[in-house]
Design a protein around this ligand. Structure first.
Ligand code: SF4
Length: 339
């Protein structure tokens, strides 16, 4: 699953997507793809292929932007969303390959997300359509405040604002709200009485980030023959503690993840959430998933995970073929005869 470590947040305006994506990335050591993150697409855009994005790129006078008819504004938004999706799908694989969770504030379509997102990795955030429109400018983003100032500078600010609001109403329509509400993904409705931390906790539950222990698949092999040696004293203390806790509570839910996990948290090779031996350990992870018939993102009890690793890899004599070039290989090799 190429986007197995990506978490997608979609929805309408003023629902809190940007804030949530930022909080998730901060708490889970993830990569933040915030609002308009496609702006960092590294290549110049062709105006024929990307007319929506190039319209604002090439715009000389932003008064033209705010003076458009509501229908033209809505059509531009739809076209731009389509173009952004193309760019984001080009950029995401490289980000996901870094191995950290990627939190994406996006307008990728529901239809596309149904084909690319891992199960449980899409959240829809919705504000009442009336709130999306009425409070559109009540946010500190520089871009929105710039447009707001422009509207106030118009010869007839009230009429200019009314025209702009009509566009917002088309974009944040009840029809769009209902379509997202029934899209088949979990939904968080904006609730002014809920704190940002409470929203974060709800999202973590939806994404399965809170009560599962994240575990790299290949650590299922490391745990088996671990004897207290490792990359640093802090690392070995921590890894020993993780193994003890899981052994004492084998019914603990774990989520298999081909990115930094609970063990990596205290590893000196973990630099900003990225393993310094990423190529090697991701090869190990992929091989364990393949041998065990698991997929990145699968959730199961630790007992079931450990049993499958034992049966399909260790007892089957496959371990050395998977991680025989590991610097700790000799420790595991002495525990059983392997081909
Ligand atoms: S070496 Fe890499 S995969 Fe292994 S614990 Fe350290 S950071 Fe994680």
């Amino acid at each position: 699953m190429p986007f197995g470590n990506a978490y997608f947040i979609i929805g309408n305006a003023y629902a809190g997507k940007s804030t949530l994506a930022r909080l998730l990335a901060e708490k889970h050591g993830g990569i933040l793809c915030g609002e308009n993150w496609h702006d960092s697409y590294p290549e110049p855009l062709d105006a024929e292929a990307f007319p929506g994005l190039c319209y604002t790129r090439d715009l000389k006078d932003w008064r033209e932007f705010i003076r458009r008819a509501p229908e033209a504004y809505k059509a531009w938004i739809d076209e731009t969303a389509r173009e952004c999706e193309i760019l984001e799908l080009r950029m995401l694989p490289e980000l996901c390959a870094q191995g950290r969770p990627v939190f994406v504030d996006t307008n990728i379509s529901v239809e596309t997300l149904k084909t690319i997102a891992a199960p449980g990795h899409v959240l829809i955030m919705l504000a009442d359509p009336d709130v999306s429109v009425r409070r559109f400018f009540e946010r500190p983003d520089a871009e929105k405040q710039f447009l707001y100032r422009l509207l106030l500078e118009e010869p007839d600010p009230a009429a200019a604002m009314e025209n702009y609001r009509k566009g917002l109403m088309l974009i944040n329509s009840q029809e769009n709200f209902d379509r997202l509400l029934s899209a088949g993904f979990p939904v968080l409705l904006r609730d002014e009485t809920r704190t940002a931390e409470e929203t974060l906790a709800l999202a973590e539950r939806i994404f399965g980030l809170e009560d599962c222990i994240r575990l790299r698949p290949h650590h299922g092999m490391c745990f088996r023959f671990y004897e207290g040696k490792g990359y640093s004293a802090e690392f070995t203390d921590h890894m020993g503690g993780v193994i003890r806790a899981l052994s004492e509570r084998p019914d603990t839910p774990v989520r298999l993840t081909c990115s930094a996990d609970v063990v990596c948290e205290h590893c000196p090779n973990n630099v900003g959430g990225i393993c310094q031996s990423a190529d090697k350990v991701m090869r190990y992870d992929a091989a364990v998933l393949d041998a065990c018939g698991f997929r990145d993102g699968d959730e199961l009890t630790y007992a079931d995970f450990a049993a499958r690793v034992k049966e399909r890899i260790l007892d089957a004599g496959l371990r050395r073929g998977i991680c025989g070039d590991c610097e700790w290989d000799a420790i595991c090799a002495k525990h059983r005869r392997e081909p």
